[in-house]
Ligand binder design. Structure first.
Ligand SMILES: [Zn+2]
Length: 196
């Protein structure tokens, strides 16, 4: 992983185009028919966007932090995210809830939590790993008293293929620090997440 924020710079769009043309040929399509002419190009651009997180380190977002004297929980919930399952390269998507309890009043801009989810999700991923990586970035950059990350998602690889279970939700969570050791704090954050 590199430190550039220039997304797409390291995604080889031409190579994706060639690969998409080959897939179309391989499934028995004619890549030269009118409707498909620009498809390899469109897919290449889309993949460039969907995998841009491979070339961005979310830790950069926390280079500026604030000392606010706020020592209670900070929760950003219902952050929509889209990712691509690394086993099938089909989407999984849902909501992320990210919470931490600052240490010595060190807080980050709220949008940084959402950007972290976005960046980590825009890679070939597993839901479990997004959850763990987001928690890890916060732990490392803010050194908070605790971090709690919960993701709920629907996986197209369970919906449109295989066992075909539309609507099935997968929940993953990671608790660090006080959220790991203190049951009261953990149930408090869960009730905040469930509150509408
Ligand atoms: Zn999958």
């Amino acid at each position: 992983m590199t430190n550039t924020t220039e997304n797409n710079k390291q995604v080889d769009l031409n190579k994706i185009k060639e690969a998409v043309t080959m897939i179309l040929e391989a499934v028995g399509e004619d890549p030269n028919r009118e409707g498909l002419l620009d498809t390899p190009n469109r897919v290449a651009k889309m993949y460039g966007e969907m995998f841009a997180g491979l070339h961005t380190d979310a830790r950069e977002y926390f280079e500026t932090v604030f000392h606010e004297g706020h020592d209670e929980v900070v929760l950003v919930k219902d952050i929509p995210f889209f990712s691509m399952c690394e086993h099938h390269l089909v989407p999984f998507y849902g909501k992320a809830h990210v919470a931490y309890i600052p240490q010595d009043g060190v807080v980050a801009g709220l949008s940084k939590l959402a950007r972290t989810v976005d960046t980590v999700a825009r890679r070939p991923q597993l839901q479990e790993r997004i959850t763990a990586e987001v928690a890890e970035v916060l732990q490392e950059k803010l050194n908070p008293k605790g971090v709690y990350v919960l993701l709920e998602a629907e996986h197209m690889c369970m919906t449109m293929r295989g066992i075909k279970k539309p609507g099935a939700k997968t929940i993953t969570s990671v608790a660090k620090g006080i959220f790991e050791t203190d049951d009261v704090k953990r149930s408090e954050i869960l009730s905040f997440i469930q509150m509408s």
